[in-house]
Write a protein that binds this ligand. Structure first.
Ligand code: INI
Length: 159
């Protein structure tokens, strides 16, 4: 029997892209900080001169899939992390933005064969978003952990 799983101890040389939405950057900036803190503490070089980590900014969560898929298909990265925040109170087209972001991110992963982490907070209020982006916990940290797990899992697969 083969057993495949990600190993965080094998993840420190992963090549990673992070795509961040500027919309609600009060929240997405905090998610990015938590994400980079986690990556750094797992041995990833997160400095400005890093050759293993790149960060791309897009206007909003709706644009995350295009960048995620383009970067995933570039063969430069082993995992892509998307970060966004869609807040129901802010937008009458909440459902449209969330649906396009989630479908598009899933498609980017499947079509490229590169894991793309869905780091888009979807909340009813700004308060809930703040709680998930640093006041209570920072889900940016969790998205980074999921990226390390998926990146190293893909390496562990045969072929
Ligand atoms: N983008 C977000 O990331 N979060 C939101 O809450 C949001 N609201 O409220 O509309 C949002 N809209 C912008 C959208 O993602 C696109 O950038 C825009 O429609 C241009 O394509």
């Amino acid at each position: 029997m083969a057993r495949f799983e990600g190993r965080f101890s094998d993840a420190s040389d992963l090549r990673i892209a992070v795509v961040v939405a500027r919309f609600n950057d009060l929240i997405t900036g905090k998610l990015l900080s938590g994400c980079l803190d986690c990556l750094s503490r797992h041995g990833i070089d997160t400095s400005e001169t890093s050759s293993q980590l790149d960060i791309a900014w897009v206007p909003g969560s709706f644009e995350l899939p295009l960048l995620a898929q383009t970067l995933a298909e570039s063969e430069r990265y082993e995992v892509v992390i998307t970060l966004g925040a869609v807040i129901r109170g802010d937008t009458p087209h909440f459902d449209v933005v969330v649906a396009e972001a989630s479908k598009g991110i899933a498609t980017a992963a499947r079509e490229s064969g590169v894991p793309v982490i869905f780091g888009v907070l979807t909340t009813d209020t700004m308060q809930q978003a703040l709680e998930r982006a640093g006041i209570k916990s920072n889900l940016g940290w969790s998205y980074a952990m999921q990226a390390l797990e998926m990146g190293s899992l893909m390496r562990a697969l045969p072929g």
